[in-house]
Design a binder for this molecule. Structure first.
Ligand code: AMP
Length: 306
């Protein structure tokens, strides 16, 4: 089993109704790798940062079992920077700044030792780069999961559609599903998106849970009602990391197991939002995660005969 994560490693500046951060470590691949590390001790990372990225943060990822041989550090260049501001309901946000910096010319070099990749997670990144990664793998992975966002739909739709046609599972949020399919109904949107290539579609609905679709079936996983949501940044990435991490751990990519995988992803995401950035994920224990998965099971379990 080997799991490869590709995506942004970044600086983020976040503003929520509860406070504001200066530049903190973020990026899709950061959240995904951390989430995966709860399920497997072999997470391979392909990404790029600038010289300004603290080595202590790279060491931190390594301490969680993330192999950073594929993390390029570009001398004299700046790391990707993203800044966002959440609205009062915390379900929607405005992107204030996207500075691609090192991501602009990112050439995703895959170290030889990562070639044996069975589980590939394409985190948020230019769709042309995500595609390059697929093309550079000598053997197609057992499963390719891809995440993306509205930013790429606005500036690189053709590229995005090409890449989507090559993956097995696509994860997007409800707003993005509507944008991509031009359908308001999420059921109709799912039908259209599944025709674009992926066998499975996951639509994330923030505090309203997540929907899992394949051609014939649909499954809904709730989000745990939380007393406080402090910062939703990275929740979607954490969810995706938990999803593929669980599939990799169990080595089972059936639709039934994907249902369990989205519960694991949702449980991890519920921790992510409790504090700013990766703070909560950094201290999270496996025991706490298990307890929360039990909370999910309790939340939706009921007996009924019809
Ligand atoms: P999420 O809240 O799950 O949508 O993910 C937020 C993370 O995505 C932040 O840590 C950002 O650094 C990262 N991000 C935001 N915009 C982009 C982009 N255009 N490409 C790659 N990563 C991004």
């Amino acid at each position: 089993m080997s799991l490869l994560v590709v995506g942004s490693v970044a600086f983020d500046a976040i503003e929520t109704p509860f406070g504001k951060t200066d530049k903190i470590i973020g990026g899709a691949a950061t959240y995904i790798s951390l989430a995966c590390s709860f399920f497997t001790k072999q997470v391979n990372l392909v990404s790029v940062v600038g010289e300004d990225f603290p080595t202590s943060d790279i060491s931190f990822l390594q301490s969680k079992g993330v192999d950073t041989a594929g993390l390029q550090i570009k001398k004299g260049e700046k790391s990707f920077f993203w800044s966002g501001k959440y609205h009062n309901d915390m379900n929607s946000r405005d992107t204030l700044v996207t500075e691609l910096n090192v991501l602009e010319k990112f050439d995703p070099i895959i170290p030889e030792k990562y070639q044996d990749c069975k589980f590939l997670m394409l985190g948020n990144l230019a769709p042309s780069v995500q595609r390059q990664v697929i093309e550079r793998l000598v053997k197609r992975p057992k499963i390719i999961v891809m995440d993306t966002m509205n930013f790429w739909m606005e500036i690189a739709m053709d590229d995005l559609i090409k890449t989507i046609s090559m993956v097995d599972v696509l994860t997007i949020n409800d707003e993005e599903a509507r944008l991509l399919s031009k359908e308001y109904s999420l059921k109709k949107a799912a039908k259209k998106i599944l025709k674009m290539g992926p066998k499975v579609l996951i639509i994330k609905k923030g505090e309203h849970g997540a929907l899992l679709f394949n051609e014939n079936e649909a499954f809904f996983a709730p989000a745990l009602p939380l007393e406080e949501v402090f910062d939703p940044t990275g929740a979607g990435d954490t969810f995706a990391g938990g999803f593929i991490g669980y599939l990799a751990k169990t080595e089972d990519i059936s639709f039934e197991n994907m249902k369990r995988a989205i519960i694991h992803g949702s449980a991890l995401a519920s921790f992510c939002v409790e504090k700013f950035g990766i703070e909560r994920l950094s201290t999270l224990t496996s025991h706490e995660l298990e307890d929360r998965i039990q909370d999910f099971i309790d939340l939706v379990q009921f007996e009924m005969s019809i």
